[in-house]
Each structure stands twice: as structure tokens, then as C-alpha cells.
Design a binder for this molecule. Sequence first.
Ligand SMILES: Cc1cc2nc3c(=O)[nH]c(=O)nc-3n(C[C@H](O)[C@H](O)[C@H](O)COP(=O)(O)OP(=O)(O)OC[C@H]3O[C@@H](n4cnc5c(N)ncnc54)[C@H](O)[C@@H]3O)c2cc1C
Length: 293
Amino acid sequence: MPGQAEAPTGAVGGAVPDPGAMVPAPFTLSAKRQDTTDTWTLELEPRGGERLTFAPGQFTMLSMFGTGEVPISISGGGGGEAGEGPLVHTVRAVGLATRAICDAPVGAALGVRGPFGRAWPVHELEGADVLVIAGGIGLAPLRPAIRALLARRERYGRLLLLYGGRSPEQLLYPGELERWAARGLDVAITVDSAGPAWLGHVGVVPQLVHRARFDAARAVALLCGPEVMMRFTFSALARAGVGSDRVYASMERNMQCGIGHCGHCQLGPTLVCRDGPVYRWSELEPWLAIREL
Ligand SMILES: Cc1cc2nc3c(=O)[nH]c(=O)nc-3n(C[C@H](O)[C@H](O)[C@H](O)COP(=O)(O)OP(=O)(O)OC[C@H]3O[C@@H](n4cnc5c(N)ncnc54)[C@H](O)[C@@H]3O)c2cc1C
């Protein structure tokens, strides 16, 4: 795939997968923090071996033993240039597996496979104005990308974060949003609804695109959020003059093996676990035009 990140660790790119990639490694839940009513950020340390290295945008298959396994993006830490320290995941409890993971006590053992999938093309964005656009929990997979961009701030043009949440209380990483702004990220936030204490923008994320100042001719956008939000945001970007070959999106599909074997996460002719989750919008366009694909 032109312009995509290098072949990721653990993903197979058409080759025969390493059977070891199906065996979860035991990690200890070393710390947890409640972010919102239904979302927790978890820190994990390997129970042997080295910390995982990963590229921003990659995910792991995370499990609480006995309750199932789910794909969760890596939101920080690890042992490579994308971060240091414990492996970090931000998890929204929506069902059996995610609820069990979020309920796990500090000290519990969790299973981790990966990292898998294609990354955000952070290194290919030098010289560009970069719009990082997130809805809800979609900020978690973009957090390592923001950190990588800010670590080399001088190599990029304008850096913007356009971030939408359901309400002010549901916004992730509030302290970090302030620190990122102080380091040269233009942060624009909107919420679906808010009480009178909220003095910020109320509305949907695509409206932030219309208000943002960037050079469309050299802009690249990284999108992650509910699919409907990404579709409308892409339309707003297209109207602003950002072409579909300069928009990247992280896609979600029901995923089981994570290594391109089972076929559950098929999207058009691709498998999200192996060929995504990060795609160029120009690749997605033909498939997104098909209802419920
Ligand atoms: C590549 C990738 C990266 C992901 N990264 C993250 C992440 O960083 N953090 C995170 O919290 N989640 C992430 N997800 C979503 C996560 O995998 C799902 O929420 C999880 O699989 C749900 O499993 P469950 O057993 O808890 O819920 P299930 O029992 O499978 O579902 C319970 C209910 O929740 C609904 N549901 C399922 N998935 C979602 C969803 N994504 N959003 C809203 N409702 C849902 C179902 O329709 C059902 O009604 C990611 C998914 C993919 C494919």
C-alpha cells in the first residue's frame, strides 16, 4: 500500500502467520485510572520478557482470562520511540470482555497478543499541516501519534487536534490536552451537549473542520471515531480541499484472530487486522459506498 507505514510487528502481510502470535503473553495490571463513567486507562507490565515496542495506531488483542479477547489500540507506553514505560490501553466498557478488563483489579493478570496492524504514517507527514481528528474513545489510538508528532514538532507545519465528545465529562486526557496545546498543538474541542458551565463549542466534529485554519494544499488528516463521524468529517475535509489520498482513517470491524487468519474483520478485499486498521480514505471509498459492508 503506497504511503503506508512499514510492515508492522506481528502482522503477516500475506505470509504465513507465526503460530506463536496466537498465544497471549501474561501481563500484570500495574495501575488503572477511571477517565469517564465507562472508560478506564490501564497500565500493563509484562510478567517476563521485554516491554512491547509498537508503532502509533497499532493494537493488541487483550483478554481477561475466561471472558474473551478484544482488539484494543495501544494508547501509550511500551519500549520504543512511540513511548516509554508500561503498555497503556484506554478501554470503554461496552460488553462482556471490555467490562471484565475494566473491572480487573490492580495486580490481575491480563493476556496480551500483538502488537498488530498498520500504523499511522507519522514519519511520512514531515512538512505537512497535520489535522488529528478524533471522536470519543477515538482519541486513544491517536494519542501515541500526537506524542510522536510533538516529539518532532519542528518537522511539521500546523498541528491541529479537532476532538469531539458526548459531553465535557466524557472528554479523555484533559490534563494532557492542555500540555499538548502548550507544546504547539492547536486544540479545538466540541461536545454534543453541555450544561451552562461549558463555555466551549457545542456541535459535531465536522463543524470544527470548517472553523480550523490550515493550508489545504499541504494538509494531511488522521481520523478515528465512530464511522458516521468519520464519513461526515471526510466530506467536510473534501469540501475544504483535502483529497482522499491525504486522509487516513482507523477502521473497526469484529475481529477475532488479529493475524489475518479467521476472516471476521473482512472489509472489501482486505482484512482490517492485517491490512488496517489504518487505511487511506481513497482505498476505503469504494467499500464504504456499499451499505453495511
Ligand atoms: C482495531 C481496533 C481497535 C480498537 N481499539 C479500542 C480501544 O482503544 N478502546 C476501546 O474501548 N475499544 C476499542 N475497540 C473496540 C473494542 O474492540 C470493542 O468495544 C470490543 O470488541 C467489544 O467487546 P465486548 O465483548 O466488550 O462487547 P460485546 O459483547 O462484543 O458487545 C456488547 C455491546 O456493545 C456493542 N459494541 C461492541 N463494540 C462496540 C464499540 N466499539 N463501540 C460501541 N459499542 C460497541 C455491541 O454492539 C453490543 O451491543 C477497537 C476495535 C478495533 C477493531
